[in-house]
Design a protein around this ligand. Structure first.
Ligand code: GLN
Length: 540
């Protein structure tokens, strides 16, 4: 246990979606590369107890940790950039804080007191931050506060970090505010007023930012930096330009070039580190930016219109590309639009591989099944993730003559429920946090594609699903060409299925995308991209 670590608090101003999560992760990466133990925590001011019940259309992907927390997608960025495993305590919401305080109140923990926003809610917030700091044994814990300063929901969190500054002192805390620099007027003049107003809003809550991260699509001229510095009360070297990058992996390098690392080390009086990581991140970024080949992958999903709904899948495909020195281009295909009557070859022409990601509910499923049939018949490399594996099993069952085969999630009265809820599962219970969540072990069958990809017999992967392959159909589907190449250690659950009559068709009940990182790409994605590149050279 160690709780003397330092804390950097990241807030955002003016508007959302300006890349605060990437800024947090990039700062973390820059400091990690300098040899510090860095971890990150995300606070979400919304009232949901966790992200698990939110629609990906509204909030993007739900990221799942090893210990089964359903979290904000920024945790995925932290894990990928920092190389850490986040945990349940790495993300909390207003809902979780209020729930905990109300439960304590009911249990009589505050007996006799009036339970109030200050100090009870703020104390709960502070306790959670200190807990994460000590559990992660961090030299530096970066705490990102979701939303924007000025939102109705953020003041209790800002008050909590203000108090932490007083409790821990100036050297042990740093306030970083991320803001967009507006370009207005027909000739693109830069406007700093929104920046100034946002800093003023933060000041009214008692916080003077130490560093300003200025998001901009053009270079920040010196006089603009000086103006921001003097109007916002920060030294000019603490006005950091964070311009748009083509690949987010470039952002930590950009931060270093802007001097953020030196600034933080000096300002927080961090001890100089011996063990500096030599250029691994730079080397990876160089490979990413200089691919030898390009491969296009069709992602057939049901939330393709929201850019972040499949964030980890997108990133994991990119990592698979890095390992194969290839640029992966994604062709997003809305499964809703695919029908059996359509000739799919024009949709999939030129793609090297097809991926069907996770999802819930019947909409778009028949389109996914059509796409999978196309991949099977045309020998297109295929990777199915969770729902994508379940659809692959349904498609195979129908192909094998089991008419009307389906998942009982989509058709409760399906004549052949090849995917179903097991008898041991609760059918009526609460929706929040009740799925099969987090890390589970899986044993791989020798001489399968799965085994060849991992190069080991036992693995652990992250899950988020309710339905399972129906064991009553296992033998029948094996006869029809499926191989159950990954099973739970007691063999009661199918974890990976693959096709024996196809060059590379693999589906996993788990979500490998959550464990893929730019420095350690996931083996299934590496092999899938390899198979797709290979297929491109032989495809008709
Ligand atoms: N809806 C499916 C289930 O609950 C798949 C879930 C997923 O793809 N994450 O089992």
């Amino acid at each position: 246990m160690r709780s003397e670590g330092k804390m950097i608090f990241v807030t955002g101003g003016v508007m959302s979606s300006i890349g605060k999560g990437i800024a947090t992760a990039s700062l973390g990466r820059a400091l990690t590369s300098r040899g510090y133990r860095v971890n990150a925590l995300k606070i979400d001011p919304y009232v949901n107890v966790d992200a698990g019940t939110m629609n990906p259309f509204q909030h993007g992907e739900v990221f799942v940790t090893n210990d089964g927390a359903e979290t904000d997608l920024d945790l995925g960025n932290y894990e990928r950039f920092l190389g850490v495993d986040c945990r349940q305590y790495s993300n909390f919401t207003s809902g979780a804080v209020y729930q905990a305080v109300i439960e304590k109140e009911r249990a009589g923990e505050y007996l006799g007191e009036t339970v109030q926003l200050i100090p009870h809610i703020t104390n709960e917030i502070k306790e959670r931050i200190y807990y994460a700091l000590s559990e992660t044994c961090s030299d530096i814990l970066i705490v990102e506060i979701g939303g924007t300063i000025g939102d109705f929901e953020t003041p209790p969190f800002v008050e909590a970090i203000r108090e932490i500054r007083i409790e821990r002192g100036v050297e042990n805390t740093l306030f970083m505010h991320v803001i967009p620099i507006a370009q207005a007027s027909p000739w693109g003049e830069m406007k700093t007023k929104p920046t100034q107003h946002s800093v003023r809003a933060l000041l009214t809550l008692g916080i003077q930012p130490d560093v300003l991260i200025c998001r901009t699509s053009v270079d920040l001229p010196k006089e603009i930096r000086r103006k921001i510095a003097s109007t916002c009360g920060v030294p000019v070297e603490a006005v950091i330009e964070a311009s748009d990058v083509e690949e987010i992996e470039e952002a930590p390098l950009l931060f270093e070039r802007e001097g953020v690392g030196d600034l933080v080390v000096k300002r927080m009086r961090l001890p100089k580190q011996e063990q500096v990581e030599c250029g691994k991140w730079e080397e990876m970024t160089h490979r990413l930016k200089n691919p030898k080949r390009t491969v296009e992958i069709a992602v057939v999903g049901k939330y393709t219109e929201h850019g972040d709904a499949y964030l980890s899948v997108k990133e994991a495909l990119k990592h698979g590309g890095i390992a194969n020195e290839a640029r992966v281009q994604i062709r997003w295909i809305e499964s809703d639009e695919l029908t059996e009557a359509e000739n799919l070859s024009s949709r999939f022409e030129g793609v090297g591989g097809m991926l069907v990601p996770g999802g819930y509910g019947y909409r778009g499923i028949e389109g996914m099944i059509c796409a999978i049939r196309y991949a099977r018949e045309n020998r297109v490399p295929y990777l199915g993730l969770c729902l994508g594996m379940q659809c692959m099993v349904i498609e195979r069952a129908r192909y094998a003559g089991l008419a009307g085969a389906n998942s009982s999630e989509f058709d409760e009265n399906a004549p052949h429920p090849v995917i179903h809820l097991m008898d041991t599962q609760d059918r009526e219970g609460d929706k929040g946090g009740t799925q099969r969540l987090g890390l589970y072990p899986c044993v791989l069958k020798p001489d399968t594609r799965a085994h060849a990809a991992y190069g080991q017999a036992r693995i652990e992967e992250r899950h988020r699903h309710r339905y399972e392959v129906n064991n009553a159909y296992r033998a029948r589907l094996e006869e029809a060409g499926l191989v159950w190449s990954g099973l739970s250690p007691d063999e009661s659950l199918v974890e990976i299925a693959e096709a024996s009559d196809h060059p590379w068709m693999v589906g996993s009940q788990f979500h490998p995308e959550f464990r893929s990182r730019p420095l350690t790409p996931h083996p299934l994605f590496v092999k899938f991209i390899e198979a797709s590149l290979e297929w491109m050279t032989v495809a008709p």
